[in-house]
Ligand binder design. Sequence first.
Ligand code: PAF
Length: 276
Amino acid sequence: MQILTSTAELRARLRTEPNIVFVPTMGNLHQGHLDLMHLARAHGSCVVASIFVNPLQFGPNEDFDRYPRTFAADCEKLTGLVDVLFAPSVTELYPIQQTVFVEPPSVANQLCGANRPGHFRGMATVVLKLFNLVQPHIAVFGQKDYQQLHIIRQMVTQFNLPIQIIGGATVRAEDGLALSSRNQYLNNEQRAEAASLFRTLNHLRDALLQGESDINALEQAAIDGLTARGWQVDYLTVRNQSDLLPATQHECVILAAAKLGNTRLLDNVEVNLPKA
Ligand code: PAF
């Protein structure tokens, strides 16, 4: 694995590569990320990963400075899985102040964006910059960050970027908890409780598949159930897969973000309702 930190080196290294698959990350890698690398390998001859904690997608009171940076351990995990690791500094990627941004669709202000103004704008902006530098044929993102994946797909479609976006299935612990860098913050008791978020989403999915049609009541029951178990639910909602607006279509997704103590967990479950 070649580790490159400058944009000039990266461009020179990739100039003649015919078939690049790209996996952008912010590091602190876990098995979920590594599965994305394997998925990337199955789709192309040159796998490029990036590690960059992007200041643009953190709000002023968020944890940019405290975000876990585990570069040496990440490099060990990536060795043998990827061909090139791009790990620029902030000044390398933003040599001048970034004053031009990608403005994501308005759904970016809902769900995870409701409490994080500017988050998806910063995310989409850095992903576009990385796409321009790496020029991949394919890029791979985790489906756990469902709203992020939706915004990236919209950006690629609406800006006519010649990149195929692949969503990698969420990797789960044995009890169903979606793997996330944040799981390490859970204490033992919270870790034991954490899988009930996925169980709750599955329960709601089963109710929808069994024909229960009062979506608001189902959402509220799920929120109440989690709240009674000590969760603070940020949102738990059934949305259309196509535009992430409140469910009106058959292809839906149940999206949730909820906190156990100070740890905010995200999860989602797709549900395809039978057509009458
Ligand atoms: O999902 C992430 O790790 C980040 O949002 C991404 C896509 C690497 C952009 O910084």
